[in-house]
Design a protein around this ligand. Structure first.
Ligand code: ABN
Length: 121
């Protein structure tokens, strides 16, 4: 999917997993959709979003974490924010440098890990 294709789906902001992302996509920064580029380390904390996978129509819990320890990647900035919640629910808020608890607080990119399927409501 993704319409006018500039690269693989997972380098496009409209890839389904990125529905609540805020940051440079690690898939454009030498990492993958769900892993940090070499020389960076995953933040110890993350934020959580719920995104629908168009392939099966199901809602998935996505853990977004920042990769820390290098200067900002600068490529594929996505600020999708669907399902983001205000900062009083901090784990649902994405406009935060989650590297603040890490050895290096420099924010490089954001990765998106599927952690489960959302409960049906
Ligand atoms: N969670 C991504 C991010 C990092 C630094 C500043 C704002 C947002």
């Amino acid at each position: 999917g993704g319409g006018k294709s500039k690269g693989p789906d997972d380098q496009q902001c409209d890839y389904w997993r990125y529905c609540a992302v805020d940051g440079f996509l690690c898939s454009c920064c030498g990492g993958t959709v769900n892993s940090c580029p070499p020389g960076t380390e995953p933040s110890k904390v993350s934020w959580i979003g719920t995104c629908r996978n168009p392939a099966d129509g199901k809602d998935y819990l996505i853990s977004y974490f920042d990769c820390c320890g290098k200067a900002a990647c600068g490529r594929c900035l996505c600020n999708t924010n669907l399902g983001e919640r205000p900062a009083y629910r901090i784990t649902l808020h994405n406009d935060i440098n989650w590297c603040m608890g890490s050895t290096s607080t420099m924010f490089h990119c954001t990765a998106s890990l599927v952690v489960g399927i959302a409960d049906k409501k």
